[in-house]
Design a protein around this ligand. Sequence first.
Ligand code: EPU
Length: 423
Amino acid sequence: MRVFKVEGKYPLNGTIEVSGAKNSVVALIPAAILAGDVVVLENVPELSDVYALNTILNELNVQTTFENNTLTIDASNVRYKALIEGAVQELRASYYLMGAMLARYKEAIIGMPGGCYLGPRPIDLHLKGFQSLGAEVSIENGAYHLSAPNGLHGSKINLDIPSVGATINIMLAAVHATGITMIENAAKEPEIVDIATMLNNMGAKITGAGTDTIRINGVTTDAMHGCRHQVIPDRIEAGTYMVAAAIGVGEGMEVKVDNIIPEHMEAFLSKMEEAGVNMDVDLDSVTIRQSSPLQAVNVKTGVFPGFATDLQQPFTLLLTQANGASIITDTIYSARFKHVDELQRMGATIRNEASTGIVVGPSTLEGAKVTATDLRAGAAMVLAGLIAEGITEVHEIEHVERGYERIIKKLTNVGAKIWLEEI
Ligand code: EPU
């Protein structure tokens, strides 16, 4: 079994370069099949989810080469195939193949997607959107069957919840639908703008991405072509390392988290400031120095531009080091609190009630054997290890490897003591 071992209390100092956004790239890769041409993606993180998507594209006869964070996707000979098991079940984002294949082939069969357990994660809004565009949807033997024998047609779709996945999936499906599709109450996350930007560079006609109404003017497959696209920085990875810096920077030292877009993380940065983190926000970086004692703050996650749910777990760890009682509420995933038990094991004073974590700090953390129950919980455990007494052993690290490129190297570069071990 592979585990991360972290020896705590090594002061952090230096620069951490942020990678491209996982949650963007997992949709950009499926979107690339809409071109029937060559799409070159730059700033692609080396993550297991990216490799899994490449394997899926290869099954569709799409050639991929991935070198130096540049992924070349040649979909000139793409062909339809039902994707029932195998790589498709390794990650949740394989559901973007539904929208992309429905657009291209008017048909898709996709095995139930995997991914992190964060409580129930229905995809009813994706399916309702596809139905509204004219697709028939059924579930047979654990796979989604989608088909639109008469083609897809533009439609007005009002999402009950501004779901990131549903917004992207419907946008993908609607690229080739006849007429105009309007997605109302759309999600506004920066990743959605990134995907719309690439699709437009490939010949799609999408306006309004980043607002709550997205309009897609359907175009034919022939109107699409290849492009070169630079993936936006990963705001969640950036926030995770900012938490590491806020709790771990050495006296008289500083940690710069570089290659970011601060406008993508304003709610998070303002909570960091409210908690008393000593930081300078620049155009494309944030520099963090040792803070006076951190202060308790209350946080509620929300859809963009609110405080990202994906940063709730790392930020909870920061709150274990702050003076006083903090309440952190997750309005997106009420059950995203598995990290609470693990942090308790390390000595944090923290409890979970319904969709809330109640943290009383500051706590001295002790190294322990902990589990990365999901991706961001795993990141919180690694960060906890950085400040704990002794050695922390993080199990189930494959969750962490789904979302953090070269985490060991990035942390080691700034002075942390963390390594991979086979036990
Ligand atoms: N929801 C429904 N029905 C749907 C879709 C969503 O009820 O059809 C609910 C969900 O259960 C959840 C809420 O709506 O309570 C928001 O879900 P959303 O669809 O926005 O999330 P997602 O697309 O499944 C993406 C990210 C998540 C991130 C969320 C929220 C990807 C691959 N995943 O998930 O990222 O937490 O948006 O911002 O983009 C992570 O990176 O650790 C991660 C889990």
